[in-house]
Design a binder for this molecule. Structure first.
Ligand code: SAM
Ligand code: SF4
Length: 335
């Protein structure tokens, strides 16, 4: 039997997040600068190579795949890749195939995603105000995203909303976003803004809204019950008793939950990042391309990379300056 992937801190690795493109049809101010230089298309893993990579991880015990980006649904022919992953769901090796998306293309792809076996999607949405949405995403249009969410729900996909908590930007929408999600039977997770990549003139500390504060404000209106649910990630969940809705808090800055981390991240060029908040990575593309007929060198390279997984990230704003910053953008490793 294949040995499972266990890192040096005895954490089993069962979750792979795959960034299938670094490109995006939005330019969210906390994620990208307005003028991004994207990778030449020839540097990207082909869909067949992505399939080989993911299949190797599944053979080594990965049970959950999350497809992300950039915007995963702008990658040409991406449904071919989703459909190819269905065989691992059918075989029972893969327990969940899912994606994180900005929602702009869900209107086109929701039914196909459902047919490929996707049952849950995370849609990133930071505001319900059209003007603010256009400002924060620079290029996005809110009605298109709402249509995408409608299509996803109609197709039978369970939608969770992810919102980045941004000081002075969506503080005043805490309750309206919560209620909007509750009315639509969608869970909601708030994310602290992380110091990743050069984002031009924006200042991270100006953007940072501590989730401890957000949670305290939520508790002024709702009864919050802590949920034991853990996903091996940095999220902690409560139930809002008045709406029955699940609300999550991703707090890499105020609380670090690295000790239970179960995930690694593959970029669209085949680099494996063992931690979102560190620069260490392993280039898996060499083993993939040098041995087109044999997956064992790739599996050895994956095991060698997992053996280097660091204990955790060093993000820190507590000294009123940004520490632990990493140079790549979130869109490179997919969040
Ligand atoms: N384009 C897709 C989307 O927006 O959902 C997938 C990729 S995006 C990089 C994944 C998630 O990362 C989004 O929820 C986004 O809000 C979040 N994100 C991007 N930059 C971030 C940052 N600096 N700090 C915290 N979250 C960030
Ligand atoms: Fe694109 Fe997602 Fe980054 Fe926004 S957060 S720019 S939608 S990759």
């Amino acid at each position: 039997m294949t040995q499972p992937l266990i890192d040096p801190f005895q954490r089993p690795i069962s979750y792979l997040r795959v960034s299938v493109t670094d490109r995006c049809d939005f330019r969210c101010v906390y994620c990208m600068s307005e003028n991004m230089t994207f990778l030449p298309k020839k540097d990207l893993l082909t869909l067949e190579e992505l399939d080989r990579m993911c299949s190797s991880f599944v053979r080594l015990g990965v049970e959950k795949l999350r497809i992300t980006g950039g915007e995963p649904l702008v990658r040409r022919d991406i449904m071919t890749f989703f459909r190819a992953m269905t065989r691992h769901l059918d075989a029972g090796a893969l327990k969940e195939l899912t994606l994180t998306t900005n929602g702009s293309q869900l209107g086109r792809f929701a039914d196909d995603l459902y047919d490929a076996g996707v049952r849950r999607v995370n849609v990133s949405l930071d505001t319900l105000d059209e003007k603010k949405f256009a400002d924060i995403t620079r290029w996005g249009r809110l009605p298109q995203v709402i249509k995408g969410i409608d299509a996803a729900q109609k197709a039978g996909l369970r939608v969770k909303i992810n919102a980045v908590a941004l000081k002075g930007f969506n503080e005043d929408e805490l309750f309206s976003i919560t209620e909007w999600c509750a009315e639509r039977d969608m869970d909601l997770t708030w994310i602290e803004v992380m110091p990743m990549g050069d984002i031009g003139n924006e200042d991270r500390l100006d953007q940072y809204w501590k989730l401890d504060d957000l949670r305290a404000r939520l508790a002024e209106r709702y009864t919050l019950t802590d949920l034991p649910e853990r996903t091996g990630g940095p999220a902690r969940y409560v139930r809002l008793e008045e709406t029955g809705q699940k609300t999550g808090f991703i707090t890499p800055l105020t609380h670090n939950f690295c000790e239970s981390c179960n995930r690694v991240r593959l970029t669209c060029t085949g680099e494996l990042f063992m931690c979102l908040g560190q620069e260490d990575n392993a280039d898996l593309r060499v083993a993939l391309r040098n041995f087109p007929e044999d997956d064992s060198p790739l599996e050895d390279a994956i095991r060698a990379a997992i053996a280097l997984k660091p204990k955790g990230h060093d993000f820190d704003y507590s000294r009123q300056k940004v520490d632990g910053r990493v140079s790549r953008h979130m869109s490179h490793t997919g969040g």
